[in-house]
Each structure stands twice: as C-alpha cells, then as structure tokens.
Design a protein around this ligand. Sequence first.
Ligand code: GUN
Length: 291
Amino acid sequence: MNIIDGKLIANQIKSEIAKEVEQLRSDKGRAPHLAAILVGDDPASQTYVANKEKSCAEVGMTSSVYKLDARISEKELVRTINFINTDEEIDGLIVQLPLPEHILVDKVIAAINPLKDVDGFHPVNVGKMVLGQPAYLPATPMGIQLLLQRSGIDTVGKHCVVLGRSNIVGTPASILMSRNQSFANCTVTLCHSKTQNLQAICRQADILIAAIGKCEMITADYIKEGATVIDVGIHRVEDSTKKSGYCLKGDVKYDEVAPKCEYITPVPGGVGPMTIVGLLINTLKAFKKEF
Ligand code: GUN
C-alpha cells in the first residue's frame, strides 16, 4: 500500500509555480492576481478562502477577498462580479460556493468573465472542456489527474468509477478521466444516489474516485484488492482530543480500506492541497492570457 502524499506533491508543484511567478513578475512588472468573493460566514468556506490566500502568498501571487454579507441580493453580487470582470489588474475570479439559498448559483457563475473563470465553472469553460478544447479545468479534477500523474499511476484502459455527479467534482472528473490523453483514457462509470448495485460496481474499479459527500461511506467491501482510491470527501467530525474540537474525515473509511489498496489518498493531505494547486495553475494561465 502506498499513501499518495498530496501535500508533498502540492508543495513540489507550488515551488515550480513560484519560480514562474518570479520570472513573470520581473518580465511584466506585476504578479498574477486572484480575487475571491466570499458571501456570508460559513466557517468551512472561510477556511477554504483563507487557504487560497495563503497559497497565493506562498507562490508570490497577489490575492484579494471581497467579503459580502449573507443577505446581499443577487443583483448586488453580480454588480461586484462585473466590477472585478473589468479590472485589468485582476486575472482570476472565484465565487466561493455554496451561496445563500436566495441566490441562484447558475446566474452568478454565468456573470463571471469566462476569461477570468479560474474555477472552470462557467458554461463556456465547461463546454470547451467537454469538447477537449483548451479551457480552465475545474481545480479538483485537475488536481486528481496531477496526483495520478506525479505518482506514476497507470490509467490507460483502466476502469475508473466516479462516485458523485456534482458539477464541481464528479461530472467533470468523469469527463476528464475518459479523454484520450495521458493520465486519462479510462473506461469510466459515473455512479450517483440512484445507482443500483453500487458496491458491485465499485468492486470492479481499478481507480475509485469518491466524491459523494457522505462521511466514511466507502468501506472495505466496496474495494477491489490493489485498487487506487482517491478520496475527495472532507467532513468535520467532533473530536475533543483536538485543539480545534474537530478532526477531518473523508468519504472513505481509511483504516479498513487502505490495506486493500495499491494507492490511496489520505484526508487531510490528499486531494485538498491539490485543489488549490489547480486554482493556482489556472490563475497563472489567466495572467498569461492562454485562452
Ligand atoms: N466550494 C467547494 N469547492 C469549491 C471550489 O472548487 N470552488 C469554489 N468557488 N467553491 C467551492
């Protein structure tokens, strides 16, 4: 069993990005700039945005956070997006999800300039991704592919089972893993809440990507001996032995699944740090105006 050290791989890629940022800063007179909009005070979202700011600083990028009240109207939020869309010194823009219930996520995402959409959520970028055209790829699926690549895991012709069909992870991961490209070229099965015989399908997976959002749902019974397991889940579980009062668990019951795997990502320290790397890569592309 090999533990895929996402933190280590993320740090390696971040130091590669930092070198490029340094060069770009001296060539172009400024560093790439990522803006994040954070609506409301969800603690998990606050942590994610703070981590994105920290990572930008680590690689020498500029970041700014627009903190907006949870009661903001959709119109007002779109006005803020339009303001950032036209700011020539901001290269990438993300709106941290989830948004309060009174705001239509699709409308907000559609308002982002596709050339600054470093989350890769805008319909233009999703469409280009599906067609295999150059586009900003969603950060988590990109991070998963980088983990597979940097760990030298063979994907060609393998059966990849993706659990979960969200727009952010499951659906784009299923598309990217099936493409005719290195570190893809899998036969992909996309499973969801209505899938029948889920355990039997998972047991056929050479590569299992768990993005269901259910804490420790994937037990050893779901795993084929020698599989690669990528755990996208991240859940706060009460833990009085920790200073924070909680610990982090994934969608996979790590202790019983890990012994059956050839490769597995831990939580924390697996996919999480790679999602931020995906975002930094896209921000670099936005700065270089690659699309
Ligand atoms: N919420 C959970 N994951 C993400 C992400 O990748 N981007 C944004 N903007 N919000 C998220």
